[in-house]
Design a protein around this ligand. Structure first.
Ligand code: SAM
Length: 219
């Protein structure tokens, strides 16, 4: 029987994240937070008390930890059971938080119930393959990226905001991400000026260039 290509890619992604240490992941997340990545996301997200937030690739839950007091409800999904276990420990006291193991774009929701969606530091091949995981990220992963963005946009409520960040590294790559890769991914994900307004920014945080896409869904 032929294997479903999407599931085959996701199995590789899951295995590659599965062997990474949650401690390392948390260390990197803390570094990015102190560099200002979360603050930048929050500025664009404009989180409110009534919001239901979805964090795709939530990692060890640091971002949710920082915002759970602001949002009404926060749901984190991650492909790695080991990383999610750490997130469960970090967030055990938070009554308005749920954590679900899921592999984007196959997400266990079918209605646009989220006012806010984040994909923070989308090193899992969303738009830009991460050299660290180069062995598994290739052209097909760009399609996966588009599928993730599209699935996330479909779950965004009217007037909702989605924020995606990634770290292109250099200024040149950042400009390419802003001018070509993200606009192209938006087009392929059927996110157009008819259904959304999109702002793409790049910024240097410590020594690395980051990119941020702010996508607001039109009613
Ligand atoms: C670089 S970490 C970022 C974690 C977190 N967002 C943060 O800012 O600290 C990327 C996370 O995405 C998860 N991930 C990778 N591919 C995924 C997929 N297809 N669906 C859901 N999660 C995924 C990994 O397990 C990892 O925890």
């Amino acid at each position: 029987m032929e294997r479903d290509p999407l599931r085959a890619i996701l199995e590789e992604v899951r295995d590659s994240w599965g062997i990474r240490s949650p401690e390392d992941e948390e260390w990197h997340a803390r570094r990015r937070r102190s560099a200002g990545e979360y603050e930048w996301v929050l500025k664009s997200l404009n989180l409110e008390r009534s919001d239901t937030l979805l964090d795709i690739g939530c990692g060890t839950g640091l971002f949710i930890n920082d915002v759970s007091e602001i949002a009404r409800r926060a749901i984190g999904v991650d492909i790695s059971e080991a990383i999610l276990k750490r997130a469960r420990r970090n967030l055990r006291e938070k009554k308005n938080v749920s954590l679900i193991r899921a592999a984007a774009p196959l997400l266990p929701f079918c209605k646009p119930i989220f006012n806010k969606i984040v994909i923070v530091h989308a090193a899992f091949g969303v738009l830009l393959p991460n050299p660290h995981l180069w062995k598994i990220y290739n052209e097909e992963m760009m399609d996966l990226s588009v599928d993730v963005i599209k699935a996330a946009f479909n779950l965004l409520a009217p007037s909702g905001t989605m924020v995606v960040t990634l770290a292109p590294g250099t200024k040149e790559m950042g400009e390419r991400v802003r001018n070509e890769l993200i606009p192209d991914a938006m087009k392929r994900a059927s996110i157009t000026s008819e259904n959304a307004s999109v702002i793409i920014k790049i910024k240097q945080l410590e020594s690395t260039y980051f990119a941020l896409a702010e996508i607001k869904k039109i009613d």
